[in-house]
Design a protein around this ligand. Structure first.
Ligand code: 2AL
Length: 296
């Protein structure tokens, strides 16, 4: 077998093992962003350990069929309207944004048509229009919305339940995928420092991440460069759009290697767009000059 496929399978098996062995409160927090129905969560916890991801997903699907009307209403209240981007840094908001990536916010006609459809749907059924958005374009969702507007409440109920099941199982599968796990364990902003005078990475440099908060700056993350000069876990996994600042303790670094410097610290301010998956902001540093760029 291809070595990388083999590696992926091993990482997948390890994630499942962690899921099987984790304390129940931890698993509750893990499952809640997939589907906030306490009974569903407890049924999955009670059915551990799972021998495979498939058997976990089958149990998750089964426990979501059927929902009581109260469960359905409760779970629906978490979902933003199609066309309205979720805000915030929670796992739920981040998954919703990625599911709805088929909606182009820059296309005013589609956004307006969705808003109008949502309004008509809510007026008729008294709840948010729900559809599994992952893998669907805005056009496809608009077509489904218009078609479902013709349903009676009795016809619509099982359709909504099925969409909720699909969203829940897809989210669970995604949260347990090695790729997603890796992506989530790297912070939204990462950095590395190259000491260009020494021609090697600058290790052991303290780095702080700040977010602009009105007129002030609040510290939201800290780290220290590793032997490769890198910091991979510098604060939150997701940042909201805004201005951010990286501050490097360059004075202490140069003092530590007995090198005079002009820079007691270096501060870089940059803009983050929350729709961008990752920012790498390197520092090319020497005692009397530095530069930076938006890396990848
Ligand atoms: C959503 C959402 O945020 N993700 C998804 O698949 N569906 N919202 C909705 N109203 O259907």
């Amino acid at each position: 077998m291809d070595a990388s496929i083999e590696q992926l399978r091993t990482r997948q098996a390890m994630l499942l093992e962690q899921f099987n062995a984790a304390p129940a409160p931890e698993v509750r927090e893990f499952l809640k962003p997939c589907l906030d129905v306490p009974r569903w969560i407890e049924e999955i916890i009670a059915a551990r350990p799972f021998a495979s991801l498939d058997s976990l997903l089958a149990t998750a699907r089964g426990a979501a069929d059927p929902f009581t009307p109260a469960e359905l209403e409760g779970a629906l209240s978490h979902h933003p309207r199609i066309g309205e981007k979720a805000t915030g840094r929670s796992a739920e908001a981040s998954m919703s944004r990625s599911e709805q990536s088929g909606v182009d916010q820059q296309d005013p006609d589609t956004v307006a048509a969705l808003a109008e459809g949502n309004r008509a749907y809510e007026e008729k059924f008294g709840r948010v229009f729900l559809i599994r958005a992952a893998g669907r374009s805005a056009e496809e969702m608009l077509t489904a919305l218009r078609q479902r507007l013709g349903h009676t409440p009795e016809q619509e109920e099982p359709v909504v339940a099925e969409q909720l099941r699909e969203i829940a199982t897809l989210r669970l599968e995604q949260r347990l995928s090695p790729e997603e796990h890796e992506r989530m364990s790297v912070s939204h902003v990462t950095t590395h420092i190259l000491d260009t005078a020494a021609g090697k990475p600058a290790a052991g440099v303290a780095v702080e991440l700040y977010a602009r908060d009105g007129e002030a700056w609040s510290q939201i993350g800290t780290g220290t460069t590793d032997a490769d000069g890198r910091v991979k876990d510098l604060g939150p996994e997701r940042l909201q759009s805004g201005s951010y600042r990286l501050q490097f303790a360059t004075g202490a670094y140069f003092a530590g290697i007995g090198q005079e410097t002009f820079f007691p610290e270096v501060s870089l301010t940059f803009t983050v767009d929350e729709n961008e998956s990752h920012y790498h902001v390197p520092l090319l540093l020497s005692p009397f000059a530095f530069s930076t760029y938006r890396g990848s």
